[in-house]
Ligand binder design. Sequence first.
Ligand SMILES: Cc1ncc(COP(=O)(O)O)c(C=O)c1O
Length: 472
Amino acid sequence: MKQRNVLKKQESDVSLFSNELMALEAKYCSWGDTVHYVEKPTVFTRAQGCSLYDKEGIEYLDLQMWYSAVNFGYGNKRLNAALKKQLDTLPQLACQYLHEEKIRLAAKLAQRCELAFEEKGRVHFNVGGSAAVEDSLKLVRNYSGRSLVFAFMGGYHGRTLAASAITSSFRYRERFGHFGERALFVPFPYCFRCPYEQKKQVCDFYCLRQFEKLFETEYHAVVNKKNNACEFAAFYVEPIQGTGGYVIPPRGYFPKFKEILDRYGILLVDDEIQMGFMRTGKLWALEHFEVIPDIIVFGKALTNGLNPISGIWAKERLISPKVFPPGSTHATFSSNPLGTSVGLEVMRLIEESDFQASIPCKGSYFLCRLRALQKKYPYIGDVDGLGLALRVEMCHKDGVTPFKELVDAMVDIGLQARLSAGGKRRGLILDVGGYYKNVFTLAPSFYITEKEIDLSIELFEEAMRKALKNCS
Ligand SMILES: Cc1ncc(COP(=O)(O)O)c(C=O)c1O
């Protein structure tokens, strides 16, 4: 009796705590971010390994890890220790002065790029992904003297003004005036939903032939056929589309694509903000696709979600001090020592671990289990993955019509911890992407175990069954 009363009191304390916080949130927090995409946001109080916890101590298995910013797990001891050590030595330093970690991190990244792409280059740091995208746009403009760029339909490059201009969704621009330098958006090779309704096995890259046609005559508004000058300076690419739904292009696409770019002197800018730092089993996702980028943009997992830093790597001819002199760009927190010390430790961790082998191995086990689930449920229209970047596209019974309501219901069930696999109340953190917002984009921790993958499948299936009761 006494114990039941204690439990009741604890429950009512938690509920008071949540009610009070949510009342404050409703009154004082801007709702302009993405928190209120769901009806009932959850307040989390702790994070460890692959899981988040709420005030009641309920565990939520996280299959998105802060959109791939926490690749190395929550509370990673080695990375946290690097941060704590820096906190006790040189925690703050204006970025106009030098510190060792910044130099060593830039050197490691540049050397790693040289190894992968046989190109010498330099690294420039910033804070968030979109800010680094903006810096890359400056490099492109500075080098080419032109400001128009291509980008892919379904692409996402951030939400600052310039990054929104090259991000495909009009929704992100709609209320913010004129975007003079809006990218020209070209269809991505999204074979499950081919924009040209072709069949992957026999299309022979029909989409690339359509892209190539843009350059056939000056009247397609891209190129001057008299001197071959292109009005577009660069093409912004996510090798695997992130927000677009973890769409993986077919083998052979990128080399042919790059041939077209090279013909017209168009730079290839590789946005690795979401797929970089081993998500796909290689440091950069583009390394799977046999082309060399001119610029790489990175962020997110470089600091495992601790003090943020982002940045760009560019070929020497684009970023040498001669062409990109001191003061070309600047941000107060750009190479903050807490961030660079963690970034350096992340690079060392990558060098010393066997991620190159373990990530594809875990990824193929996860994919296998998802494919088995797909055989049981017609509502799973497509499943695919590269390394630990996995997609599950939810559809109606016909296997193709997007089933967004099902996805939304599953997200809510997971976030409200209405699951009970293993005999205890649990939550599941799922992120949604895709052109029709019907794709689960799974980005689990690199340290996820086979047992946790099994649990993920169990929870996913339970969420789907529960959601289907209300949706079908
Ligand atoms: C591919 C890609 N580019 C750019 C960004 C923008 O980065 P940030 O949100 O840090 O500004 C993101 C963020 O999700 C991303 O996934």
